[in-house]
Design a protein around this ligand. Structure first.
Ligand code: KG4
Ligand code: ZN
Length: 351
């Protein structure tokens, strides 16, 4: 075996996950029970409902993920202890602590956001890929967070810039709702945009000067204004139950997505150049977005810096990524006590 075998547990938001990951990269199992369907009617996550669902699912998920592995072969239990929803985090933490104590295995706490970065180290069975090289620039774009970090080495994060208002995924979700596209908005907007025949809807870009900070809340306001104008133009301004035509929705979805991708790619490439990065890592749910992946890959190639992006299922919330980050912390000698706390606003990188 190469490297520690880590049993990872993730319950920070609306996915209950348990994984077995070897050496911080090789995925043995990655079992996730998603609550997306459960929260869809509310159009967003209901914290109490999420915590109850974690309680119900965590043991069946654990059984499936451990599938035959002996506790004597497991070197550590890694668990997400923040950021996330307090009640949800508590479920994973309690199970992780109990398992570590009962089986006398070390416990390691992981930040969910570093998990999104460490997804870039994960490999499927039989897959051989070069590891991201340091120093690197990491762009994390999820439903709750959006930031650019510089890493000189493993587990060292310096914040280059962050959103000053909405996260990119949050903007996708809000604009998806405005366009009548359902929850979560990201995949729905990408799909709708693929059907756009006209590509001239222009949404504003908030560049915020030379900084690496980002802002996406203006896009929501612009979308509201543009949707209202489109409804006016279609003569349905007074009829809220009549949907916009699929052609117009597609065009607006395209325009919105193009604005988000443009800002994210431009700032990431500028950061990579300024810090002489040897690789770029992209992670988080919005990194599943096709145009973002393609556009960033093209621009990274143009400046000669390799881009590492996990496959889409490892960009959105998963638990193998917690095993990847947990292995690094374990190898560095970190051990958490049974007093490891749920930290809903646990920070990752500082400027
Ligand atoms: O990382 P993630 O799964 O959960 C958080 O930690 O937040 O990110 C979820 C976010 C949602 O806002 C969702 O709309 C967005 O990722 N997302 C996408 C796509 N797939 C998921 N956004 C744009 N395009 C996609 N294909
Ligand atoms: Zn996440």
């Amino acid at each position: 075996m190469s490297g520690p075998l880590v049993l990872a547990i993730e319950s920070s938001c609306d996915e209950t996950g348990v994984a077995l990951v070897e050496g911080g990269s090789r995925i043995h199992s990655n079992v996730v029970a998603s609550q997306v369907a459960l929260h869809a009617p509310a159009g967003g996550i209901v914290p109490e409902v999420a915590a109850r669902a974690h309680l119900r699912w965590i043991l069946p998920v654990l059984d499936e993920a451990r599938a035959g592995a002996e506790w004597s072969d497991i070197d550590a239990v890694a668990v997400t202890h923040g950021p996330g929803l307090a009640g949800s985090l508590l479920v994973g933490l309690s199970v992780a602590k109990t398992l570590a104590w009962v089986h006398r295995v070390p416990l390691v706490g992981v930040n969910h956001l570093e998990g999104h970065i460490y997804a870039a180290w994960l490999r499927d069975a039989g897959q051989e890929l070069p590891e991201p090289a340091f120093p690197l620039v990491a762009l994390v774009v999820s439903g709750g967070h959006t930031f650019l970090a510089h890493m000189r080495d493993h587990l060292e994060y310096r914040l280059l810039g962050t959103t000053i208002d909405d996260a990119a995924g949050e903007a996708f979700d809000k604009v998806g709702r405005l366009l009548g596209l359902g929850y979560p908005g990201g995949p729905a907007i990408q799909k709708a945009a693929e059907g756009a025949s006209r590509r001239d809807a222009v949404f504003p870009r908030a560049w915020l000067g030379d900084s690496y900070d980002m802002s996406f809340s203006g896009l929501k306001t612009a979308a509201r204004r543009i949707v209202a104008a489109a409804r006016e133009g279609a003569g349905i301004a007074e009829e809220p139950d009549v949907p916009l035509s699929p052609e117009i929705v597609a065009e607006l979805a395209w325009g919105f997505q193009d604005a988000v991708v443009d800002v994210l790619v431009t700032k990431t490439i500028r950061a990579a150049r300024a810090t002489h990065a040897r690789s770029i890592v992209l992670g988080g749910g919005v990194a599943a977005n096709g145009p973002l992946r393609e556009h960033l890959a093209r621009e990274a190639e143009a400046i000669g810096v390799p881009l590492v992006v996990p496959r889409p299922a490892l960009c959105t919330d998963n638990v193998a990524m917690i095993g990847a980050a947990g292995a690094r912390r374990f190898l560095r000698g970190e051990r958490a006590g049974l007093d490891l706390e749920a930290r809903p606003s646990l920070p990752l990188a500082r400027r």
